[in-house]
Design a binder for this molecule. Sequence first.
Ligand SMILES: Nc1ncnc2c1ncn2[C@@H]1O[C@H](COP(=O)(O)OP(=O)(O)OP(=O)(O)O)[C@@H](O)[C@H]1O
Ligand SMILES: [Mg+2]
Length: 318
Amino acid sequence: MQLLDVTDLNTSFFIDGKVIHAVDRVSFSVSKGEIFGLVGESGCGKTMTALSVMRLVQPPGRIVKGQVVFEGRDLLRLSDREMEGVRGDRIGMIFQEPMSALNPVFRVGEQVSEAIIIHKKVGKKEAKGATMELLRQVGFEDPEKRYAQYPHQLSGGQRQRILIGIAISCGPSLVIADEPTTALDVATESQIINLLQGLVDNSAMSMIFITHNLNIMRKFGQRIGIMYAGRMLEQSSVDVFFKEPLHPYSKGLLSSIYGLMGNQKRLTAIPGFVPRLAELPRGCTFHPRCPYVMPVCREEEPVMKEIGKGQWVRCWLY
Ligand SMILES: Nc1ncnc2c1ncn2[C@@H]1O[C@H](COP(=O)(O)OP(=O)(O)OP(=O)(O)O)[C@@H](O)[C@H]1O
Ligand SMILES: [Mg+2]
């Protein structure tokens, strides 16, 4: 049984009489204890997918259709009050902008405590004890000292640890981490990845890990979904994906990091650019950049097909 089952999710922006399909027929599942990597270039709809699951899409955006079944309930059918109970309690989120997520005028320890007080409905003293424990859990050896510091006194990696602490403070069964390492240097990035991996390993927690960096997923997580222009183009297990990427876009992404296609170390970027969502091409959205384009690709959009067990692709080649 899946922890999260997203089916045919559609989230659009309605601007000046135009509709922009930011999330277009997206489906994926996350099972218990699993890390699901949601990967794609800037603007492809990763954050909007996450915000839709959390029901935090703001106007002029709106969830138009779909199902988000989490722990047996469709979140899109819950009342606002019920949804508040899910947010922060059952699903923790690490937002994309780490600086704006912390309040600069409060000590970081107080901010973690505040989250615990709100969601666990405990007193100040108990919350402070829990905060110390949590700070240790996210890798601080000197929780007393950290508790009293302000966000600007911490490094980027340390601030990210605080945000991870807040996200897991109520023992959620799912954490959504939106590019939690993008602003960090490579060494700090791998420390944060190790921390997240450890947290998932040591609890029954699952995670949606959002990144534009495919490379991170090579050694991290169980399943991966590749997004492009609001759509999911491919999904499979991490192992299978890196051995046998199916979609020409996935192959292009991989070769742009490893030069796989030419069997050389040189960087081969995918020619062309990501289309604007307001001006998507007919047919397959990737066809103008695809080296394997066929006449049908220019006319009709392919549907997601299951090629092997748990290996899905949206491409006319299959
Ligand atoms: N406030 C907004 N108003 C109008 N359109 C928006 C708004 N926010 C997002 N969009 C549209 O939704 C699309 C997806 O945005 P989203 O933030 O999900 O991308 P992303 O994959 O998270 O990108 P990034 O890697 O840059 O964070 C954008 O390309 C844009 O067209
Ligand atoms: Mg984003």
